[in-house]
Ligand binder design. Structure first.
Ligand code: MCA
Ligand code: AMP
Length: 504
């Protein structure tokens, strides 16, 4: 038996050798066999090398979903490079920080995003090229010389994935090929993913959920996926009715929308092999409603950019609403006391820690943050609060980190606060998350003005091109002062309570 592949691109090569004509991706009516995708991956690798990319150098993907995003991803790996996936909604402040911090040399982008990048290009001396899909990409790939790629080694760095940071600046989580392979293997094993599977993939490919679970799992299992530019509930519902899929992965907001859509439709899709939810908490009500309307129990799992997937409800066995199940194969998880860091008995709430081959190696350029996140035995602190039952099922009950999750996207209040502080007339600001029916949570800013005539509209105008739109406060509320403790620290729970009361 051959050893396990050292990288996802090696897994793709093996499936290509074995079944070149097999469907790998379908995208907007086009068929991508394994051979076709693999050929494109090799072309990207050769072109990157001809351009002058050296091993370990960073390539950013600031692109909407397409097969070329995936070919660029794996092609960068085959060329020995490190991929930096970038959220397509990011604006100047976020782009400037990520490109600068990661020292990105080359970026693949598209027509819609190129102008945003151009705004900050002058301040990014390390960024030598931004190649736009279309003619620019064609000529870039056309210049590829001969290159005999050798697949990356397990220990090589594969990805720097930026996760919103508690300090206001996002941090780059460094993942090696072995982390990606360990994660993908664990997912495929736990969910019994085989080459017969056909996934409906409408998640964005710049995040772990879409890229490292949806796409990587497909390549690793030798399966196929229908890739969508984005999630559109009516079209997804129609596609599910059409009946060729075996799996669908989504964030809870997608399930909420599917439930709403189902309420307006007479027809119900046939059962799939597997529906998976993650990235934010799925409410037990949505779980039950889904089972009633779609006849299936959603499998909820829990992950993080730094670790990939950590905990999962069972494929066979009880999928329990409100819980995220047990550790994936070859992984460990535990709950510790937030102060003493000692493991807690079953049922007690503490911080969830994880350990295993899937866990990242540290934060790029941030040894301090890396050190803070791991203990001497290699346990990684997730910042999520929860408990574990006698039967080993974990329940997530809150967060020790200050994080808002809106529709599966993370928003760190501090990052929004830092930007808002730059707005003329804003004296103090506190950003909090309030419950939201559609997105789970919504971002709200509470502002103390030193310019009494400052309006909500002016604050919005100020934010216009500075932050991704999902991070922008849905409401800006002006107050006389922020509640603080005796040390002067803003009491966020009081801010939240005040806003809820005001709304009620
Ligand atoms: C879009 N908008 C949002 C969100 N998404 N506002 C708040 N929260 C959101 N999540 C805003 C847009 O900025 C825009 O505002 C308006 O809504 C319409 O934009 P549109 O693109 O049409 O939105 P949509 O297509 O309806 O998007 C909703 C969505 C999307 C499909 C649920 O948010 C999505 O794909 N979420 C998935 C995120 C994800 O993959 N997370 C995984 C992270 P305006 O009009 O003002 O511009 S990985 C992770 O968390 C770990 C590892 C894990 O466990 O998986
Ligand atoms: P990210 O930084 O985008 O990787 O987001 C990771 C965070 O999403 C985790 O630390 C959790 O707070 C949250 N998360 C992911 N899956 C779940 C889930 N099933 N239930 C609750 N929270 C989740």
């Amino acid at each position: 038996m051959r050893a396990r592949p050292a990288s996802i691109v090696e897994a793709l090569s093996r499936h290509t050798e074995h079944a070149p004509e097999k469907l790998c991706l379908r995208f907007e009516g086009e068929w991508w066999t394994y051979e076709r995708l693999h050929g494109r991956v090799e072309t990207f690798a050769a072109a990157l090398r001809s351009w002058g990319l050296s091993s370990g150098e960073r390539v950013a993907l600031f692109l909407r979903n397409s097969p070329d995003l995936l070919a660029a991803y794996l092609g960068t790996h085959l060329a020995g490079g490190v991929v930096v996936p970038v959220n397509t909604q990011y604006r100047q402040v976020e782009l400037q920080h990520i490109f600068d911090d990661a020292g990105v040399r080359l970026c693949f982008t598209d027509e819609e995003r190129q102008p945003e990048l151009e705004h900050v290009r002058g301040d990014l001396p390390q960024l030598e090229a931004a190649v736009e899909l279309g003619e620019e990409l064609d000529s870039f790939l056309g210049a590829a010389g001969a290159y005999k790629p050798s697949p990356p080694r397990e220990e090589d760095l594969a990805v720097i994935a930026y996760t919103s940071g508690t300090t206001g600046r996002s941090k780059g989580a460094m993942l090696r090929h072995r982390n990606l392979v360990a994660n993908t293997m664990a997912v495929c094993e736990a969910w019994q993913w085989t080459d017969d599977d056909h996934l409906l993939l409408s998640l964005p490919l710049f995040h772990t959920h879409g890229l490292m679970v949806g796409a990587q799992g497909t390549f690793f299992a030798g399966a196929s996926a229908e890739l969508w530019r984005k999630f559109d509930v009516t079209e997804v519902y129609d596609a599910l009715l059409e009946g060729s899929f075996t799996m669908f992965f989504g964030v809870p907001t997608m399930y909420t929308r599917l439930l709403r859509e189902a309420a307006t439709r007479g027809e119900r899709p046939q059962a799939l092999r597997l529906y998976v939810s993650g990235s934010a908490a799925l409410s037990p009500q949505a779980f039950e409603e889904f089972e009633r309307l779609f006849g299936e129990r959603i499998l909820e799992r829990y992950g993080m950019t730094e670790t990939g997937m950590n905990l999962t409800n069972p494929y066979e066995g009880e999928r329990r609403p409100g819980t995220v199940g047990r550790p994936f194969p070859s992984q460990e998880a535990r709950v510790v006391d937030v102060d003493t860091r000692e493991p807690l008995p079953a049922g007690e709430i503490g911080e969830i820690e994880v350990r295993g081959p899937h866990v990242f190696v540290g934060y790029w350029n941030r040894p301090d943050a890396t050190e803070e996140s791991f203990d001497e035995d290699g346990w990684f602190s997730t910042g999520d609060l929860g408990s574990v039952g006698e039967d080993g099922y974990f329940t997530i009950s809150g967060r020790s980190k200050e994080l808002i999750i809106s529709g599966g996207y993370n928003v760190y209040p501090r990052e929004v606060e830092e930007v808002l502080k730059g707005c003329f007339g804003v004296a103090e600001v506190a950003v909090v998350g309030l419950p939201d029916e559609e997105f789970g949570e919504q971002v709200v800013a509470t502002v103390v003005r030193d310019l009494p005539e400052l309006t909500e509209e002016e604050v919005r105008d100020f934010l216009e091109d500075k932050l991704a739109s999902y991070k922008k406060p849905r409401r800006v509320v002006f107050v006389e002062e922020l509640p603080r403790n005796t040390m002067g620290k803003v009491l966020k729970h009081k801010v939240r309570e005040g806003l809820v009361e005001q709304k009620g």
